[in-house]
Design a binder for this molecule. Structure first.
Ligand SMILES: Cc1cc2nc3c(=O)[nH]c(=O)nc-3n(C[C@H](O)[C@H](O)[C@H](O)COP(=O)(O)OP(=O)(O)OC[C@H]3O[C@@H](n4cnc5c(N)ncnc54)[C@H](O)[C@@H]3O)c2cc1C
Ligand code: FES
Length: 279
């Protein structure tokens, strides 16, 4: 894991752009005071973001490492720090430290394979980095299927990017399957929960599956994938437990013998099934 002075000391980040992405999610673009990208990472890795005096929490770096200019966070308003972060405007400063945790094995286990990426709500944040990394290095991967769902059309994160880039006719063998929980007027796409949609779509099992979303979605999607023939060795996920130090010292994030901050947050499903069911 990354535990050297460079990753432990918070550095000042300047928020250069804030975008209201859904009613409760904002996207923050961050550079260092020198105007350069403040942290180098791989898809799935996170950083501790803080407003000094308010709090600090872990967030996935949602931009792809192939973006050389800035990092981005996709942050859902849900408590003290995130309420304050949602009040920030372009030009204001925060602190970031990291990158922390492991990454999805994009250059190893994923390379040469078809990928099935399944996300719900703000769970698209960590896997967006995977998606854009794989799109950038398109020839290294096979077909990419993305199943993404949220409560309503307005709650779909990165909607413009999905429609204009991932679903662009120029995109080579990237297939996006969107769903929302309930019918609504301006939506003629699929309606229903992600786990059921995955089963309806009925994928071949000769691929790697990557899951990220609320625990209930993970639970039912995992069961569905196993039903159609996926093994736990083919499925990866990333966990979101409460974290404090981010570096394996405070004992806040352990599941059995593993610290999510240090041994995760990315796990292959067979590694998780060996752990107590506390996550
Ligand atoms: C590895 C990792 C990656 C993550 N990536 C992201 C990401 O990309 N985007 C993102 O948005 N989040 C992400 N998170 C989650 C984020 O770190 C937490 O949501 C963080 O705790 C928010 O801090 P806060 O101070 O705003 O909320 P907190 O005050 O810590 O509240 C967090 C949760 O507790 C609940 N809560 C708060 N106060 C109360 C109360 N009084 N009673 C009952 N419940 C309460 C809130 O509803 C909320 O669900 C990630 C977490 C981890 C560990
Ligand atoms: S957050 Fe402190 S041990 Fe993981």
């Amino acid at each position: 894991m990354n535990m050297n002075l460079e990753t432990l000391i918070p550095i000042v980040g300047v928020v250069t752009e804030v975008k209201q992405d859904t009613p409760d999610i904002k996207n923050f673009r961050v550079v260092g005071r020198d105007g350069k990208k403040p942290i180098q990472h791989m898809p799935g890795q996170c950083a501790m973001v803080s407003i000094p005096g308010v709090g600090e929490a872990m967030f996935s770096i949602t931009s792809s490492p192939t973006n050389e200019d800035y990092i981005e966070f996709e942050i859902k308003k849900c408590g003290c720090l995130t309420n304050w972060l949602h009040m920030i405007e372009a030009g204001q400063e925060i602190t970031v430290r990291g990158p922390y945790g492991n990454a999805f094995p994009v250059d190893d286990a994923f390379a040469g394979h078809d990928l099935l990426i399944i996300a719900g709500g703000v769970g698209l944040a960590p896997v967006r980095s995977v998606i854009n990394y794989c799109r950038h290095h398109r020839d290294r991967y096979g077909k990419i299927d993305i199943v993404y769902g949220s409560r309503s059309k307005e709650d779909l994160a990165f909607y413009d990017e999905i429609i204009n880039e991932w679903m662009s006719p120029d995109e080579k063998d990237v297939h996006v399957h969107l769903t929302i929980d309930r019918e609504q007027e301006n939506w003629d796409g699929h309606v229903g929960f992600v786990p059921n949609y995955v089963k309806e779509l009925g994928f071949d099992t000769d691929k790697i599956a990557i899951l990220c979303g609320p625990p209930i979605m993970i639970k039912f999607t995992l069961a569905g994938l196993k039903e159609i023939g996926f093994s736990e060795q083919q499925i990866y996920t990333t966990l979101e437990l409460k974290m404090k130090c981010g570096v394996g010292k405070c004992g806040r994030c352990n599941v059995g013998s593993k610290y999510v901050c240090k041994d995760g947050p990315v796990f292959r499903m067979d590694e998780l099934s060996e752990l107590p069911d506390e996550y």
